[in-house]
Design a protein around this ligand. Structure first.
Ligand code: SOE
Length: 394
């Protein structure tokens, strides 16, 4: 290809267009503008069940066409990658069919609602890899530059052996008992509650940042508000037109779990969607023999670093602004010091996936990584059901 020739197209077909669909659309639209990509993402078609709504979403989010049947979307010749942004109960069926049809797949987190589904998806992804296809899970927080940089520092040995890994993810959108029974509160659609929605991110981040597996867990989960108003219609975080009745909440509102990393470091996790005043508060702290790192998603351009070798009078956490061209992903953006936000994680996710496809390499996090997270989530639920018994993760 000469330098003047445009990069070949990569046709994207996306299923679902609510919050995550909008975030992924932003990623696909922007990745090729911020970064020099070997393939040009084309937003070929978006799919949803309601014709009027999916056409409106296509126009709003920048998709060339709209489909109402995901099987038709998967079969389209101009779709090479299927992006799954639906509730967890349809991930396995769509992903397995898309892989069988020869498509690359990006699937929103958590990979599935059960370990069995995640195993089937991982087997399908491994068979497809032999045919040159790739499959990735959308754990977007790996692509926050400060967290990506934190992983580099850990891998360089800057913290030495890890002792403690501490992660929390707190939101408050379910604090009001009048908040309706949206699909995220029903096990048959969401698999679990705060655990799968927020805890999946933490489990993935703990394993990503340390490069180690979680070896076992002991857990408590709680559903504080056991019934909620039935909505007329809902789409994840919003609902309208209630019927007046109440329905049972069949997932957890909050979960606490602790465990061991493979190296022996202790890990603790806390997730809730009833933490009044906390909006999207994801925090990470890693303590090692040589120092510590600390991160807060509400200040996502910053990473705090403590070097324990520094002399006591001036030692302490210092704030690194992760906004410089030397930091992960930053060279594609603004002049030094001009920060990024939540949406950029989806642009970075699209960028990394396009590079992997062009290079014929499997991207991370793979479906096998997603399966590992799923096994930890299952162990948390098993532990909670057995009075916090310690459950090893296979
Ligand atoms: C809702 O709790 C939610 O949108 C999660 O589903 C996302 O994964 C998280 O990034 C933000 O909060």
């Amino acid at each position: 290809m000469s330098n003047d020739e445009p990069a070949p197209e990569l046709g994207i077909g996306m299923v679902g267009y609510a919050f995550m669909g909008a975030a992924h659309s932003q990623g696909w639209r922007t990745a090729g503008r911020a970064f020099d990509l070997p393939l040009r993402p084309r937003l070929a078609a978006v799919c949803g069940r309601d014709r009027g709504q999916v056409e409106a979403a296509a126009a709003r989010l920048g998709w060339d066409a709209a489909e109402t049947d995901w099987r038709v979307l998967v079969a389209r010749d101009d779709v090479q990658l299927v992006d799954i942004c639906t509730p967890g109960d349809s991930h396995a069926e769509i992903a397995v069919a898309a892989l069988a049809a020869g498509k690359h797949v990006l699937c929103e987190k958590p990979l599935a609602n059960t370990v069995a589904e995640a195993e089937a998806m991982t087997a399908a992804a491994q068979a497809a890899a032999a045919r040159g296809q790739v499959a990735m899970v959308g754990f977007n927080y790996r692509r926050v530059p400060a967290l990506s940089y934190a992983r580099q520092l850990v891998a360089q040995g800057r913290l030495g052996a890890l002792r403690h890994v501490r992660l929390t993810y707190l939101q408050d959108w379910l604090t009001d008992p009048a908040f309706p029974l949206v699909w995220r509160l029903r096990r048959e659609h969401a698999g679990s509650g705060a655990l799968g929605d927020l805890g999946a991110h933490l489990v993935d981040l703990a394993q990503f940042l340390t490069g180690e597996a979680i070896a076992g867990v002991s857990a408590l989960t709680e559903t504080f508000i056991k019934e909620r108003p039935l909505p007329g219609s809902s789409s994840g975080l919003t609902a309208s037109g209630g019927t007046g009745g109440l329905g049972a909440v069949t997932v957890d509102d909050a979960a606490l779990f602790q465990g061991r990393m493979a190296s022996g470091a202790l890990a603790s996790f806390e997730v809730s969607r009833l933490a009044a005043g906390r909006k999207n508060a994801l925090s990470v702290e890693l303590n090692g023999e040589l120092g510590s790192l600390s991160f807060d998603l509400e200040r996502l351009n910053e990473l705090s670093y403590h070097d324990h070798a520094e002399p006591a009078p001036t030692a302490g956490f210092r704030r690194i602004l992760v906004t410089e061209p030397e930091h992960p992903y930053l060279s594609g953006w603004w002049p030094p010091g001009h920060g990024l936000g939540y949406e950029h994680t989806f642009v970075h996710q699209a960028r990394d996936l396009v590079h992997a496809i062009a290079a014929g390499e499997q991207p991370a996090p793979s479906f096998a990584d997603g399966l590992r997270v799923q096994r930890v989530l299952a162990a948390v639920e098993e532990s909670a059901a057995k009075n916090s018994a310690y459950i090893p993760v296979s």
